[in-house]
Ligand binder design. Structure first.
Ligand code: ZN
Length: 113
């Protein structure tokens, strides 16, 4: 719970920015240390492979970073959705989403127990 709150407060553009500087750093920033380290090694491996085989290292680097950026975006949205699900419930009368702590529904004014 505490960790999820931290992820929510982190800035996604900064995470993606960090990841462009050093792949995997964005994940580490978001608290995903293992994925960050694994991702970093993977990208160094892929780029090194491209370099040895005479491929375009820069393109490989950018493409992998874009893929990681998209994944981070999905991760960030999942965390947000989970946070909302943790804090909200459905009103039994009008089915609108209201806070779990609510005593009265803010949509239909029904009292909740
Ligand atoms: Zn209601």
């Amino acid at each position: 719970m505490n960790q999820e709150k931290q992820i929510k407060e982190k800035s996604l553009p900064l995470a993606i920015g960090l990841n462009i500087v050093l792949p995997g750093l964005g994940y580490m920033y978001m608290g995903k240390w293992l994925i960050g380290i694994a991702g970093c090694l993977l990208i160094i491996g892929i780029s090194w492979n491209a370099y040895i085989s005479g491929g375009d290292v820069l393109t490989t680097w950018v493409v992998v970073n874009i893929i990681m950026g998209i994944d981070m975006l999905i991760l960030s949205n999942k965390n947000k959705a989970k946070l909302i699900a943790d804090e909200m419930k459905k009103c039994p009368a009008c089915a609108e989403l209201i806070k779990k702590e609510a005593v009265v529904c803010r949509f239909c004014n029904r009292e909740l127990n």
